[in-house]
Design a protein around this ligand. Structure first.
Ligand SMILES: NC(=O)c1ccc[n+]([C@@H]2O[C@H](COP(=O)([O-])OP(=O)(O)OC[C@H]3O[C@@H](n4cnc5c(N)ncnc54)[C@H](OP(=O)(O)O)[C@@H]3O)[C@@H](O)[C@H]2O)c1
Length: 287
């Protein structure tokens, strides 16, 4: 049995779809959520729903019974809380006799990164290495799917972020889900770390230039200090300050080069490249 954590989320749901499309019987998939009662759409796929909250070890002990492989999706809590939550999940998996954990890490896990969430992934990778379980680390590039939110209003205001020159190899959740399905259903991945990034690298000025060409309207790019950018995120979206600080730090972290990594791991797993960010972003924006 394969347990998909974060199953109501966009990535976990895409992984369930990719598993079913590639021939895994739905009866072999268990979908984890904190609110099974609100996840009826998942049940219609034929998968089993189980309540699992990283903050509630007892729920994890019950949820992981009979599970061979756990696809551990990183949570969405602040840094120190999330570090403890992921450790709860790994400890519960061990207690329940789970054989293998496949973890959704991040392309750059440098603990001194201005993107504070890198610390979470570094800690979880460490906990997995110490767990004695078979583990596979999937280091994800920044999702192409989140870019539209960061260029919202580009036609009126241009694009702004703390990123100066450093590039990122953005990749779609759908491509990451296809890679996950391959890893979850084939042998030979124990002890491996795969860095899953897209085939092309762009910085945020390149993104603005792309939007200018495709929209036919001028799109200026503005570099902002991280604190100013975080304040704009809080004001425009109401997101909590800790999250805005992390996201602003992510754009600053792009300048250190750690997001522009191409290992060939994606193509080796799937025999094709991921969709280039240029194609995916312009399709998402209807350009
Ligand atoms: N690489 C990137 O660019 C990037 C971008 C955004 C996010 N991420 C990371 O990737 C993860 C998946 O992304 P996504 O787009 O699928 O996010 P999403 O749509 O927001 O889904 C997050 C999932 O995490 C689950 N979750 C949150 N807290 C939990 C807890 N305490 N216990 C158990 N499950 C919990 C939620 O499940 P329920 O609410 O159903 O319990 C939900 O299914 C995110 O959580 C985040 O860590 C990466």
């Amino acid at each position: 049995m394969i347990f998909i954590a974060g199953a109501t989320g966009q990535l976990g749901n895409a992984v369930i779809n990719a598993l079913i499309e590639s021939g895994t019987p739905a009866a072999q998939i268990v979908a984890g959520t904190r609110k099974p009662e609100a996840a009826a759409a998942l049940e219609t796929k034929g998968v089993q729903l189980r309540k699992a909250d990283y903050a509630d070890p007892a729920s994890l002990d019950a949820a992981y019974q009979g599970i061979d492989t756990l696809y551990l999706v990183s949570g969405d809590a602040p840094i120190d809380i999330r570090i403890a939550q992921h450790r709860n999940a790994i400890a519960a998996a061990k207690r329940a006799g789970v054989k293998r954990i496949v973890y959704t890490s991040f392309v750059d896990t440098a603990e001194d990164s201005p993107f504070g969430f890198a610390r979470i992934h570094a800690d979880t990778e460490r906990a997995l290495a110490e767990s004695d379980l078979d583990t596979t680390i999937l280091r994800h590039g920044v999702y192409t799917d989140v870019l539209p939110a960061f260029v919202n209003g580009y036609a009126e205001r241009g694009v702004a972020s703390p990123n100066q020159h450093g590039k990122a190899r953005f990749i779609r959740r759908a491509d990451l889900a296809a890679a996950a399905a391959r890893v979850l259903t084939t042998e030979g991945h124990a002890g491996k770390t795969y860095t899953l990034t897209g085939p092309t690298a762009l910085n945020m000025a390149d993104v603005a230039a792309l939007l200018e060409v495709r929209s036919g309207k001028p799109v200026a790019y503005h570099v902002l200090p991280t604190a100013d950018y975080a304040a704009i995120l809080v004001g425009a979206t109401g997101m909590p300050q800790w999250l805005a600080d992390a996201l602003a730090g992510m754009f600053a972290a792009m300048d250190r080069g750690g997001y522009d990594i191409q290992t060939g791991d994606f193509a080796r797993l799937l025999g094709r490249e991921a969709m280039p960010v240029e194609t995916a972003l312009t399709a998402q924006l209807g350009l």
